[in-house]
Structures are given as structure tokens and as C-alpha cells.
Design a protein around this ligand. Sequence first.
Ligand SMILES: [Zn+2]
Length: 428
Amino acid sequence: MGKIKNEVYEKVFDQVDAMWEEEVSFLQTLGRYPSTLGNEREIQEHLAGVLERDLNLKVEKLIPEPEKLAAHPGFSKPEWSYEDRPVVVGKYEAEGEKKGKSVIFQGHIDVVSPEPLSKWNYDPWGAEIIGPRMYGRGIADMKSGVAAMIYALKAVQKAGVKLANDVTIKTVTEEECTGNGALAAIEAGYRADAALIPEPLGQKALVGQVGVIWVRIKVSGLGAHTERADQAVNAIVKSYPMVNALLDYEKELNSRPKHKVFGDHPHPLNINIGKIHAGDWPSTVPSESTIEARVGFNPGVNPGDVKKDLEAFLLTAAQKDEWLKDNPPEISFYGFHAEGFTLDPDQEFIHVLKEAHRMNEKDSLGYGTFTGTTDARFYNLYYDIPATCYGPTGANLHGPDEWVDLDSVKRVTKTYAAFLLKWCQYQE
Ligand SMILES: [Zn+2]
């Protein structure tokens, strides 16, 4: 029995090896779609075609409907349309008597902007291979994981193995700004006994992540020509107290007792001042300045409470400024309204992943935490579906010269294939 079982795994791993060049060029194709916010349709059409034709899955393309999701506690408010930006779901339905358990593999295909392009040594949309690495925006985060999860299922199929339970593959939008793509697909009924998300966390299983919100602070000044600048109030200058208040709030957050899942982390809660827009002419005093920031906070804290707390903190800081006291900044929130979560690694789902991992890696499975957010939160927080992230090794996510280690992509593909055989089981 043990012997036969090993043969099945060997057969499937051999398929991953045999299709490796194909998988690499598939990843290059994905990397060459500039799938930033609003530009996801083409890559999604391509993926829907692959899932339908090559993997024989039942494919649905669905468009998130904010009005239907708005009442959900995990919903984040977008400021853009979902028209022409489908989420793609492909479903493999096991035939015959079911054994094992079902699983969802989910990857996001939206990527952040590669700007400033001048900082890149490689074409962000070139998917160039140099030595063991492939470079490009979104190559690590997380098109490599998308390739791995698709080729894991494909290798099982090509090896002629019939899985004994259902596999759902989702390629989602909106991961980098709201998570509403993932939420829409779960709300549409695509659920399972567990979910795996191949974020590039270096072959570790994610057991905790922070919560995230976005805030917008609009500071008003009193605009004028520079000749009257002494009577004007410069909105850029008046932004400084708000920038400093954000930095103070970050200090304050990190001075509170650390959540136990981040006990070893030196600075888990980060505030990123990501955008500042003001002024349009060197000789005009700007009358408006808008700051946008991303705020991280502990698991177990309601994002709505953080918003109230932060707003009060900023308005208190504004009181200390002569101008802002009487002209308080406008504070609003959009995008991420994401709660953090923790996951108990002592459960069957993680044990099975650990066994699959051990078949392809030298060390036993380690656990990781993430000081950002991922779509895994929806499954864990609202649907009682255990979900973790486990994926390839990469670097410079959201920065210039993002890359993925191709050999890690191959190992993750095999680990995912082994996970499928163990978790879903198969017809002998
Ligand atoms: Zn990602």
C-alpha cells in the first residue's frame, strides 16, 4: 500500500518536472499582462480560457456587486467601478463516491503600480529570467503562486489521477485595495473545507496577519498668488502637523502590549504614508493638500474602532495648530476595511500541508506571520473555513526589481500537488 501510494506521488511529481518549461512560460505570459487596478480583464479572460480548455473546469466569471456586499462585515468601500473586471472561478467536481475533503486554491492577479519606472533595472512587464530568478511587477506577488496552483492540479490530471473531492481554483481581483473580489466569490457560494493562498511567503504557513485600513486626510489652506503669500495659508505646510500625527499614532500603536502572534516581531504595526497630493504651480500657494495612509493594527480589533480612534487622535492633534484648530482637516476612509486574524496551526489542514511540504523541502514546515493583509482573512473570520498562505520565495514585493526564485515555484507546485492527493484523496 505504502509503495503504491509513493508511486502515485512520484508520477505526479514527474509530471511537474515534465511540464516545468511550460509552467515557466505560462508564468511569463501572466507577468506580461499589466494587470493593475482597472486592467484585469485580459489576464482574467486568458486564465478563464486555460482553466476551461486545459483543465476542463467548470468556469464562471463573476463581477463583484458592491451594493450586495455592502452589509458584510468584511466589505471595503471602493471608489472605482467593477465593470469589466471579473473574478474567475474554475471548479473541478470529483466523480463517483467522494472521499477526503474539498479545497479552494486562490490567487490574486491584481498587482500594484510599478512606478517609478526609472528605479527598475528590468522591464516590469518583461518577465525576464536572469539565472534562478524571474523579474517583474507581480511576478512574486503573486502570479508565481497562481502558476503553481494551476500546474499542481494540471500535473495531477496529466498523471491520470482522479481526485476524490472537489477543487476550486479562484483568480481574484481587488486583493491590493479591498479584498472585494475574494469576498464576492465566497458570497457567490464557492466554499470548501479549507483554502490555500499561494502568497510568496517563502514556504511557510501563515498563522496570523494584521488588520489594515486606509485613511484620507484633506487639509485646507487659503490659496493665493505668492505676492500675497503672507496673507495666505499654505496647505502643504499645514499638512506637516497631520503627517507628524500619523507618525505619533504609529508610535502609540506599537507602545501598546504586543499581540502574542507578533511577540517576536520588532515592529508589527506599520503606518505607511503612501500618497500626498497638493499644489499645481510653483507660484501659487496651494489651498488643498490630501494625504493618504495605510494603518496596520492587531488581530482581534474591529477596523471600525480603529477608524474612530484614529480620527479622534488626528483631530486632537489638529487642535494644537492655530489654523487647523479652526479649519480642521476632513478625515475619511475608503479601500481596506480589513480585520486581522490568527490561525491555530494544530489542525488537520495544516498537518496535511506539513506532510506535503516535507516531501519537497529539507526543513519541516515553519509558521509565519504577516504585517500586511491577505485574502485569507475572509475564510478564517467569516466562514469558518481554515485558510493559510503558503507560496514561493520572492523579494521586492511592491518595490522595483520584484523577483521570484523559480526553483521555489517548482517545489511549491509539487507541494500543492501532494497536498491535493492527501487532502482530497484519490480513486485507487
Ligand atoms: Zn499578494
